[in-house]
Design a protein around this ligand. Structure first.
Ligand SMILES: [Zn+2]
Length: 240
């Protein structure tokens, strides 16, 4: 039993060392992730607008071709006007000519708005590009900072992690899940000890009878106030 308690306390000490290393990185990992997201969003935005611009250009070319065809037809129809033999033919032909004229104006209007759209998109892209470059530069700097910090502690962290793995393999599964659950709920500290008759985690007094029981190191106790695993001062001294 005493080994079981020691293992849990050892795990606590090791995790605190790992947490300290992580704290050195501060907000950098989050900042890098946020910048990466912003950079990707802007890239996506530019790509979409570029595609939209390409499509509008294609549509304009298509419309131009259609307009040309319609104009050629108009010429033909107008020439035919001189050869009509009766009013019925004349009416049919002028109707056709009017219809073509309308179609041409519609296509020309569409091309005007497509051209406006294309200009607006190009403007948008041009304003976004410097923003993107700025963010990319910021991301590069933050990534370099983070890399430096990670590199400085790389060996130490690897050693801690290897120790932790070994330790975890020796901790009983239910103990480990309890440990992890409390660690998560209690800001990283799952195991506390008795200091000046109180729980080192929450500073609430531990009743003398309970202190005696804990000192026997033969049972797993939890602090009745904060729920942390409570081990004797002897265990803590032994591990540290
Ligand atoms: Zn407590």
């Amino acid at each position: 039993m005493i080994d079981r308690l020691k293992l849990l306390y050892e795990l606590q000490v090791l995790d605190e060392q790992l947490d300290e290393l992580e704290e050195l990185r501060g907000d950098l990992p989050n900042a890098v992730a946020a910048l990466e997201e912003q950079v990707n969003d802007l890239k996506e935005d530019i790509k979409k607008k570029d595609e939209e611009r390409g499509e509008s250009l294609e549509k304009r070319v298509e419309n131009e071709e259609e307009i040309e065809k319609l104009r050629a037809n108009q010429k033909k129809f107008k020439a035919q006007l001189y050869q009509v033999r009766n009013n019925k033919e004349y009416d049919a032909l002028t109707k056709e000519i009017d219809h073509n004229e309308l179609r041409v104006s519609k296509l020309e209007a569409e091309n005007d708005s497509l051209s406006d759209l294309s200009t607006a998109l190009a403007d948008d892209i041009e304003t976004t590009k410097p923003k993107l470059e700025e963010l990319k530069e910021e991301l590069k700097l933050k990534e370099a900072d983070l890399k430096e910090i990670v590199k400085a502690n790389e060996k130490e962290e690897a050693k801690f992690l290897a120790n932790r793995k070994e330790l975890q393999a020796n901790v009983k599964k239910p103990d480990y899940s309890a440990y992890m659950r409390i660690r998560k709920a209690k800001k990283g500290i799952a195991v506390s000890t008795i200091k000046r008759a109180a729980c080192s985690g929450c500073h609430n007094i531990v009743p003398p009878q309970r202190q005696l029981e804990i000192r026997r190191n033969n049972k797993l106790f939890y602090c009745e106030y904060c729920g942390r695993i409570l081990v004797s001062a002897e265990i803590a001294e032994y591990v540290e």
